[in-house]
Design a protein around this ligand. Sequence first.
Ligand SMILES: O=c1ccn([C@@H]2O[C@H](COP(=O)(O)O)[C@@H](O)[C@H]2O)c(=O)[nH]1
Length: 234
Amino acid sequence: MTSPVYVALDTTDVAQAAALATGLKGLVAGVKLGLEFFSYCGPRGVEAIADLGMPLFLDLKLHDIPNTVAGAMRGVAKLAPRLTTIHASGGFAMMQAAAEAAREGAAKANRSATKVLAVTVLTSLDQPAMAEVGFGGTVLDQVKRLAELAQKAGVDGLVCSPHEVAHVRDVVGSDMTLVVPGIRPAWAEAGDQKRFMTPKEALKAGADLLVIGRPITGATNPADAARRIAEELR
Ligand SMILES: O=c1ccn([C@@H]2O[C@H](COP(=O)(O)O)[C@@H](O)[C@H]2O)c(=O)[nH]1
């Protein structure tokens, strides 16, 4: 079975990210670089990891007015990741502008387009945390609402927790890529994740790709942890 796992390299250091990526080559589907890495290492750091030749997910979770997000997305497109993210709560026009900018960037470079994924509700939020920021309804309803809106805006996929993935699949059908963080093997600590499941449960619920960070990167032997997850998925 080909691995469905993108490993989150949440580090401030290019050399550390490169060493982790190299050690995990062949054991994971690709690597995910996020805000922590990008804040410290910038586009040049991303290029250094891209040069290792593994599929790249650049998870910047863009969220601003449409014009600003489109501009940032043109920059992202130059880095040519396979996948990237925006926040669905930025609204329809923002998502539409981001998707368009990604497609235009790819067309200009004559390559296949970066898939734009809309993040629905962060996996670190539970129902009380949502109420704190003024959402009266359920997490599930909010995720489904944003999923529908994102699909209408023309994005390629969604990020949601394993708790909602089956429901999201019912709403958007089979065309959209569903990427699921909030993954915790039974032997790993939850940390700040609130809506999580094991890798096997998440795949069974309908995830296309899983994002796993600390259970792998924080292990004494990251390659062994990745192998253990692969075993559990078999
Ligand atoms: O809702 C979301 C969206 C993105 N993430 C990102 O995934 C990884 C998860 O890392 P762990 O160490 O496995 O918790 C991290 O990079 C987040 O930025 C998410 O967790 N939830």
